[in-house]
Design a protein around this ligand. Structure first.
Ligand SMILES: *Cc1c(COP(=O)(O)O)cnc(C)c1O
Ligand SMILES: [Zn+2]
Length: 390
């Protein structure tokens, strides 16, 4: 049973057939999105069957883009715990606070979900060699899934990326090129190398399937909340894959008829004040985000000055009635310590940023006490020990 129908450009409506490799819409430089035959899926699929399957991202394979089970690379990604946060709940006056702890994924970050989907699809479509520019974690995740697939991988990463990301990617056998500059500079080098050598570039949103892996976070949340979605989701936004993916998942879930009501979460982007292109564009009411010059933050995964999917991110925030918040690195470090000491969760700085953002929104009354709020801890704090002393 396979339901992927086609790929489409959300800006110009161009349609692309499945069964072939695609990147992005060359006419308008927009990401492409996967479209499923959800009317047929609605008639044929029963949501209860998904809940009865063994845990992991691939239990949702009918809503994913890989047809051949042998191509579905699995290292234990997905079904990360949805934790309560009792002490923080009390401190913030928010009784219904949850943390989706994505640090449980292979390679210690939720990049595993996206790369599991993208590398599996690439394997099925005959790709021989892969490349990615990364702020760090996507490089480790690509390297792991490429190793699993038996395919060579090349990773372009800023020279000051966390050491764990360089070490893991090399250990998994990837060729790692350290780049002077940011992920945007790495992106240019990766694109040039891809063109020169015929490698397939799995940059964020420059192929259509990483977002499909990450959307499964939305399916898991729906299931975990009894098919009635939470009120607020706070997401640390770099390239925006998970944010756009979950918003897409909620639309798919509605079309499948699996939700018990029409409520949708308000989606919140948290960014670091030192690199906040989405927050700035949101505040300006702009449709596009301008390149954020001089980007600097210790939250490596948020150091994305020019997100390729800016239009989709901003649209998800606005359609959902959400917002965007920038927090300082000092607030991120304080929140990281607080999550560790109050709840026993050693979050990545990016994950900790969501708590710093929530603190602001709760103080402003934007989040109300009765609401069900989900923070995303997107990675393991243990991957960020460079220069740290306790
Ligand atoms: C990449 C990354 C992010 C940002 O995710 P996007 O989906 O690109 O916005 C957040 N946290 C961590 C730990 C990351 O590695
Ligand atoms: Zn287009």
């Amino acid at each position: 049973m396979f339901y992927l129908h086609d790929l489409y450009c959300p800006e110009c409506g161009a349609v692309f057939a499945t069964g072939a490799l695609h990147t992005f819409c060359t006419a308008c430089r927009s990401p492409l999105l996967a479209r499923y035959d959800l009317a047929r899926a609605r008639a044929e699929l029963d949501r209860a069957a998904f809940s009865a399957r063994p845990r992991g991202m691939w239990r949702w394979h009918e809503l994913l883009p890989v047809r051949d089970p042998a191509c579905r690379l699995a290292l234990g990604e997905g079904d990360c715990p949805l934790l309560t946060a009792p002490r923080l709940s009390t401190a913030l006056g928010l009784p219904h606070l949850f943390i989706k702890d994505e640090s449980f994924n292979p390679t210690g970050s939720f990049k595993a979900r996206g790369m599991a989907a993208a590398v599996s699809a690439a394997l099925e479509l005959g790709v021989r060699e892969l490349v990615v520019p990364t702020a760090g974690n996507a490089g480790g995740a690509l390297a792991a899934y490429a190793a699993r697939a038996g395919l060579p991988a090349h990773v372009f990463m800023p020279a000051d990326a966390p050491a764990a990301n360089v070490v893991e990617a090399r250990l998994y056998g990837a060729d790692v090129q350290l780049v002077a500059g940011l992920i945007s500079d790495a992106g240019r080098l990766a694109a040039a190398a891809a063109a020169e050598h015929g490698w397939f570039d799995v940059s964020t949103f420059k192929e259509p399937y990483r977002v499909e892996g990450k959307k499964i976070m939305g399916y898991e949340l729906a299931e975990e909340f009894g098919w009635s979605l939470p009120d607020v989701i706070i997401y640390p936004t770099g390239g925006g894959t998970g944010l756009v993916g979950m918003w897409k998942a909620f639309a798919e879930l509605a079309e499948l008829g699996w939700l018990v009501d029409d409520r949708r979460p308000r989606m919140v982007s948290v960014q670091a004040a030192g690199c906040a292109p989405i927050v700035r564009a949101f505040d300006l009411g702009a449709e596009r985000a301008e390149f954020f010059a001089g980007a600097a933050t210790l939250a490596a995964g948020l150091r994305v000055p020019g997100p390729f999917a800016d239009r989709l991110i901003l649209r998800s925030l606005r359609e959902s009635g959400g917002t965007a918040v920038a927090v300082g690195d000092d607030e991120i470090l304080a929140a990281q310590r607080e999550l560790a000491q109050a709840e026993g969760i050693f979050a990545a700085p990016e994950g900790a940023a969501t708590l710093a953002g929530l603190r602001r929104l709760a103080a402003e009354g934007w989040v109300r006490p009765g609401e069900r709020v989900v923070l995303f801890n997107t990675g393991a704090g243990l991957k960020y020990l460079d220069g740290v002393s306790a």
